[in-house]
Design a protein around this ligand. Structure first.
Ligand SMILES: NC(=O)C1=CN([C@@H]2O[C@H](COP(=O)(O)OP(=O)(O)OC[C@H]3O[C@@H](n4cnc5c(N)ncnc54)[C@H](OP(=O)(O)O)[C@@H]3O)[C@@H](O)[C@H]2O)C=CC1
Ligand SMILES: O=C(O)C1=N[C@H](C(=O)O)C[C@H](O)C1
Length: 253
């Protein structure tokens, strides 16, 4: 094993994403897979195996405990699992202050195209009256809206606040529950679950007489793996919490 080797434990290794991550780590010449855990496996295995990094691709219910375990044991964590709301992020920030030098990347989406699409959408949202998000996923997905849509809405809302853009116009007075989607920081988010899909998102921006659509499609989970590997290669040099893979990229937007 060379000095630069990154020793990786994948959590959720039997899942759709985890199994891809196992293959990607095994194929990376600067990494070695030292543990592959599923539901019910003891986290102690990660430490016993000598992991320096974990990749968490599990479920919203378990990801927080997994990441706290990693931080407490001085392991860097690259996290793709959804469910990281403001309270969880705050608790993690607090935990990280007690473990200097440890890095956690929470990446709502590892696909470079998706990260770019969210960044473009945030910029563009400053210049349009109306902004809504449609996210479309495979029907086995357990959470809605997607973590990516929540993150995109947060970025768009922050960008609109910066330029004092008013809320999107909307004259709806009566509706069936859910007809206008979920509202994330004033941005309406609509979730589609459809057999045949993987992970897709379209941001719709409208002003008088024009529309801009910003769409990203992941047709295969291979699309997420360069981001997972980038996260593993970069984390140790970025102690503390990074939220969003854009934090490891120089997008210049
Ligand atoms: N950031 C990104 O780019 C992406 C993020 N995701 C997110 O990643 C997560 C996983 O997605 P996906 O792979 O599709 O889901 P899957 O349901 O296919 O995989 C989750 C896996 O985690 C296992 N698991 C559950 N609890 C634990 C635990 N405590 N320890 C170890 N393993 C556990 C499950 O086991 P069992 O089957 O026995 O329950 C299952 O094998 C989701 O939150 C999803 O939204 C997905 C795609 C891209
Ligand atoms: O569950 C999925 O599949 C995905 N989950 C993430 C999310 O909720 O945004 C990332 C991607 O959209 C695929």
């Amino acid at each position: 094993m060379s000095a630069q080797q990154i020793s990786v434990a994948v959590l959720g290794a039997g899942g759709r994403m985890g199994s891809e991550a196992v293959k990607a780590v095994e194929a990376a010449s600067d990494m070695q897979l030292v543990a592959a855990l599923g539901r019910g496996d003891s986290l102690d295995q990660v430490v016993e195996a000598g992991a320096t990094h974990i990749v968490d691709l599990t479920v919203p219910d378990s990801t927080e405990a997994n990441v706290h375990f990693a931080v407490e044991n001085g392991l860097h964590a690259v996290v793709g699992t959804t469910g990281w709301d403001a309270q969880r992020l705050q608790r993690l920030e607090q935990k990280l202050t007690e473990h200097a030098g440890v890095a956690v990347l929470i990446a709502p989406n590892f696909a470079l195209g998706s990260v770019l699409a969210s960044a473009f959408a945030a910029k563009a949202a400053q210049y349009f009256e109306s902004a809504e998000i449609i996210e479309l996923h495979h029907p086995n997905k357990v959470d809605a809206p997607s973590g990516t849509a929540v993150r995109t809405a947060e970025l768009m809302a922050a960008a609109r606040r910066e330029l004092h853009v008013p809320p999107s116009p909307d004259a709806t007075e009566s509706q069936l529950d859910g007809a206008r989607g979920a509202v994330v920081e004033d941005i309406h988010v609509h979730s589609v679950r459809l057999r045949g899909l993987v992970a897709h998102q379209e941001v719709l921006l409208g002003s008088a007489g024009e529309q801009l659509s910003i769409r990203h499609d992941s047709f295969d989970r291979a699309s997420f793996m360069p981001g997972v590997l980038l996260g593993l290669r970069t984390a140790a040099s970025r102690p503390g919490l990074t939220y969003g893979l854009d934090g490891y990229l120089d997008l210049g937007l």
